[in-house]
Design a protein around this ligand. Structure first.
Ligand code: AMP
Ligand code: ZN
Length: 494
C-alpha cells in the first residue's frame, strides 16, 4: 500500500508518488535563528523528521533540505541593536538549534543558509524584473506584482480577485487577509546590514530566500514542501508566486503543514507564561525521549495539547517499551518457539506500516506497538514466549524505533550536555539541586543505572551484603525502583 498524505494544495489526502522513481526531494522551512527553539518549533521539525524516516523505511532515497533562516527583519534589527554582525548574532542560536535537534532525535537534513545565497537571490529578482513581474521602487527596493500571478491564493484558498490593488507591504509578516505586493528585496536602512549585489545594495526578503534555496538544491519542481501551519499564508503562497511565475512549472507538488502546538490548552506565548524552549524542559529534568514521544503521540494534523501530565505519561510509555526490550534480552526464556508470537510480531509490523501509510497516523502506530508489548508480556508471564520468538519481536521494536527514535538509552548524556551549558547562560533554573547532582554525576543515565545494578548483583553473589545494600540505597536515593523478579532484576524510575 502506498503512503497517503494530506496535501494542503488539494485539501485532500492523496497517494504520494514522487516525480522520480523511488526518490523523494523535500524541503522544510527551518528555524529563524534569533532565539532558542521552542517545543512548538520542534513539533513541526520532528513531524517532518518522522516523515522522512518513514519514506526511507519505505524504500525511498530521500533528499531532505532544510534552510536556516539566518537573515530576516528581526535578526537584522537585533544584530544592529546589539552592535554585532548578523553572523555573530545568529551563530550561537544556530549552534543551539543543531544541538537541540540532535538531542531530540532529528536526523540532520542537508542545511542551507540564507546568508550564503545572496547573489543567487539578487539574480532571481533580476529575472523577475526582466519578465515584468517584479518592479523597483525609488528607494531601491523590489516588489513582486501579485496582479501578474492570477493563481495567487491557490494554496491558502483565499480569493483575492478584485483585491489586487497594488498596495505594498515591506515587512516579512503582514496582515493575513490582504493581498499586497510583497518585498522581494529591501533597500538598505541606515545602521543595518546590507549586501552589494547585481541589483544594488540591500537584503533579501524572507520568502525569496526559500524559493531560491529550495530550487537550487532540489530543482524547479520537487516533491514536497513542509512547515508549520502558520506558513501557508503568506510565506508559502509567496514562495509559489515567485517560483512558478519564473519557471512556469509547478513548484512543490505536496504541501505538508503541521498543526500548531498548544501548551496547557493555550497558544504558547511568553506573556502567558506557557512558553517553553526544549532546553527549558530538559533543565526541568524531562528526558528528550519523553518529549519526542509526546510530540509524536498525536498525528501531525490534529491538535496536540502539551501538558506536564502528558509528558509524565510519555515518560512512562517510553520506560515500558525499554523495560520490555530488557525483558526480552534478559536471556531467561524457555527454549523453542511459539508461532503465535511470530505472527504477533509480523502483524504488529504490518499494523504500524498501515497506520503510518494512513497520513502518518502516529497514534495508531504507537497503539500497535503497545498492544504487542501487552500480549508478549502476558505470554512471558504464562511461559508462552520462547527464546526463538525474541528476534522477531525485537525486530518489530526496531522498526518502530527507526521512526520514533526513543528507545536508545542515551538520555543521561543528552541531559548532562544541557546542564553543562546552562550555567554559562546564567539562566534562572527551577530545578532541584539533587537532580542536578544526579545528572552531573551521570547517575541518571540508563547505562549508569545498569552498571550499578550489575555491581549490586555481583556483591550479592559474593555474599558482600553490606556493599550490595549500599548500592541499593544509592539507587533508591536516585529515584530508581528495583524489582526482583523470577527473570532477574528489573528497574524503573519512580
Ligand atoms: P520559526 O523559527 O519561527 O521560523 O519557526 C520554525 C518552524 O516552527 C516553522 O515551520 C513554524 O511554522 C513552526 N512553528 C512555530 N510555532 C509553532 C507551534 N506553536 N507549533 C508548531 N509549529 C510551530
Ligand atoms: Zn520558508
Amino acid at each position: 500500500m502506498a503512503l497517503r498524505l494530506y496535501n494542503t494544495m488539494s485539501s485532500q489526502v492523496e497517494e504520494f508518488h514522487p516525480l522520480r522513481d523511488r526518490e523523494v526531494r523535500m524541503y522544510a522551512c527551518g528555524p529563524t535563528v534569533y532565539d532558542y527553539g521552542h517545543i512548538g518549533n520542534f513539533r513541526t521539525f520532528i513531524a517532518v523528521d518522522l516523515l522522512q524516516r518513514f519514506l526511507r523505511q519505505s524504500g525511498y532515497k530521500v533528499h531532505y533540505v532544510m534552510n536556516i533562516t539566518d537573515l530576516d527583519d528581526k535578526i537584522i534589527r537585533n544584530a544592529a541593536r546589539d552592535n554585532v554582525s548578523v553572523q555573530q548574532y545568529t551563530a550561537k542560536y544556530e549552534k543551539a538549534f543543531l544541538e537541540d535537534a540532535a538531542m531530540i532525535g532529528i536526523e540532520q537534513p542537508k542545511l542551507v543558509r540564507a546568508t550564503e545565497h545572496i547573489a543567487q537571490m539578487a539574480d532571481f529578482v533580476a529575472k523577475l524584473v526582466e519578465k515584468g513581474i517584479a518592479y523597483r521602487t525609488d528607494d531601491g527596493s523590489y516588489y513582486f506584482r501579485i496582479a501578474k500571478f492570477p493563481r495567487y491564493g491557490k494554496l491558502s484558498k483565499k480569493d483575492f480577485s478584485g483585491m489586487l490593488d497594488g498596495a505594498r507591504v515591506d515587512v516579512d509578516e503582514y496582515d493575513k487577509d490582504s493581498a499586497r505586493d510583497f518585498a522581494l528585496w529591501k533597500a538598505p536602512k541606515p545602521g543595518e546590514a546590507s549586501w552589494d549585489t547585481s541589483i544594488g545594495p540591500g537584503r533579501p526578503g524572507w520568502h525569496l530566500e526559500c524559493s531560491v534555496m529550495s530550487m537550487q538544491e532540489l530543482g524547479e519542481s520537487f516533491d514536497l514542501h513542509a512547515g508549520g501551519e502558520d506558513l501557508v499564508f503568506p510565506h508559502h503562497e509567496n514562495e509559489i508566486a515567485q517560483s512558478e511565475s519564473l519557471t512556469g512549472k509547478t513548484f512543490a507538488r505536496f504541501w505538508f503543514h503541521v498543526r500548531f502546538l498548544l501548551v496547557e490548552g493555550e497558544k504558547m506565548s511568553k506573556s502567558l507564561g506557557n512558553f517553553y524552549t526544549l532546553r527549558d524542559l530538559v533543565l526541568k529534568g524531562h528526558k528528550p525521549s519523553s518529549i519526542r514521544y509526546l510530540l509524536t503521540s498525536v498525528p501531525y494534523r490534529n491538535q496536540l495539547n502539551f501538558t506536564f501530565d502528558g509528558l509524565k505519561q510519555a515518560a512512562v510509555s517510553v520506560e515500558r517499551l525499554r523495560g520490555f526490550r530488557q525483558r526480552l534480552t534478559a536471556g531467561s526464556l524457555p527454549s523453542g518457539s511459539n508461532p503465535e508470537m511470530r505472527s504477533l510480531a509480523s502483524e504488529t509490523v504490518d499494523r504500524m506500516r498501515g497506520a503510518l501509510d494512513d497520513d502518518l497516523n502516529t497514534a495508531q502506530a504507537q497503539a500497535a506497538i503497545f498492544e504487542m508489548v501487552r500480549s508478549a508480556n502476558s505470554a512471558i508471564d504464562a511461559g508462552g514466549l520462547k527464546a526463538d520468538d525474541v528476534p522477531p519481536l525485537l525486530a518489530a521494536l526496531e522498526k518502530f524505533d527507526e521512526i520514533f527514535a526513543v528507545l536508545k538509552d542515551d538520555d543521561g548524556p543528552k541531559i548532562k550536555q544541557v546542564f553543562d551549558w546552562a550555567p554559562t547562560e546564567g539562566r534562572d533554573q527551577d530545578i532541584s539541586a539533587g537532580l542536578r547532582e544526579a545528572v552531573q554525576s551521570g547517575q541518571l543515565s540508563d547505562a549508569g543505572i545498569e552498571k550499578k545494578i550489575a555491581e549490586m548483583q555481583a556483591a550479592r553473589g559474593a555474599r558482600d551484603f553490606k556493599a550490595s545494600d549500599t548500592l541499593r540505597a544509592e539507587l533508591t536515593a536516585a529515584g530508581i525502583l528495583i524489582e526482583n523478579t523470577k527473570d532477574g532484576v528489573r528497574w524503573r524510575r519512580k
